[in-house]
Design a protein around this ligand. Structure first.
Ligand SMILES: [Zn+2]
Length: 241
């Protein structure tokens, strides 16, 4: 695990425990509290994060329901855990099956721990200049976070390089979310598995999704990208039924 202190308030924890898939947890320190974006794979993985927080109030954010973003929730049982309304619902149903399918990645303790504050459209934390908003794309429950003080946009798994995972057939909503990102005055864009994205990456992803929707033939350089693209194609065709 690597800790990268980007500026006075922003800190990135990067984990390499999952094969070929670096995963990032972010913390944003504000005057009266600390926001923790995603909780990776269990209590053990959250120890360095908790050490960095010290005694401040903590608001945990789950960007979406996938196991590699929520299993550390039980390290924050006393704190507020915020997500989209649908994230809580899906997690409630899928908690056990996600454990069953990926248990080799558990780090420490993983108890079922659902979000305690949910929203539908957006939620503003005015004194901290932070907004959380629904951004369906990678999954239907995905949310994003914008910190207006540092002009940093956190997009969960909606952007990823070299290729995104489409796990929801609603491509029109995905494209709409990416167009919304373009309206934010973001100077930094961070995703759950990729750092330092740019507005060009957003535009490239919109183009990819439009090509996917049209069924264009797309060439890739690696087997990994071809495999994910095949899965994405399947998801799109299922979404159209
Ligand atoms: Zn995901």
């Amino acid at each position: 695990m690597i800790i990268n202190r980007v500026d006075k308030s922003t800190c990135i924890f990067s984990y390499d425990n999952i094969k070929e898939c670096t995963t990032h947890v972010f913390i944003i320190k504000k005057k009266n509290r600390v926001y923790v974006i995603d909780t990776f794979c269990g209590t053990e993985s959250m120890k360095p994060v908790i050490e960095e927080i010290k005694d401040k109030e903590v608001f945990v954010i789950n960007t979406h329901f996938h196991w590699d973003h929520v299993w550390g929730n039980s390290a924050f049982k006393k704190d507020l855990i915020i997500s989209h309304e649908r994230c809580r619902k899906i997690l409630d149903k899928a908690w056990e099956s996600q454990i069953e399918e990926n248990k080799e990645y558990i780090l420490g303790n993983v108890e079922k721990c659902l979000p305690t504050l949910t929203f539908n459209n957006k939620i503003n934390f005015h004194e901290d200049g932070i907004v959380l908003f629904h951004s369906p794309g990678h999954t239907e429950d995905s949310i994003s976070i914008f910190d207006s003080e540092t002009k940093t946009l956190y997009v969960g798994d909606n952007l990823e390089k070299p290729i995104i995972y489409v796990e929801n057939g609603d491509i029109a909503s995905y494209i709409n979310t990416l167009k919304t990102y373009m309206e934010y005055d973001a100077e930094r864009i961070f995703a759950g598995h990729t750092l330092n994205l740019t507005k060009k990456d957003i535009l490239d992803t919109i183009n990819y999704l439009e090509a996917l929707k049209r069924g264009d033939k797309i060439e890739f350089n690696t087997d990994y990208e071809r495999k994910i693209h095949e899965d994405n194609l399947k998801m799109v065709s299922e979404g159209e039924i």
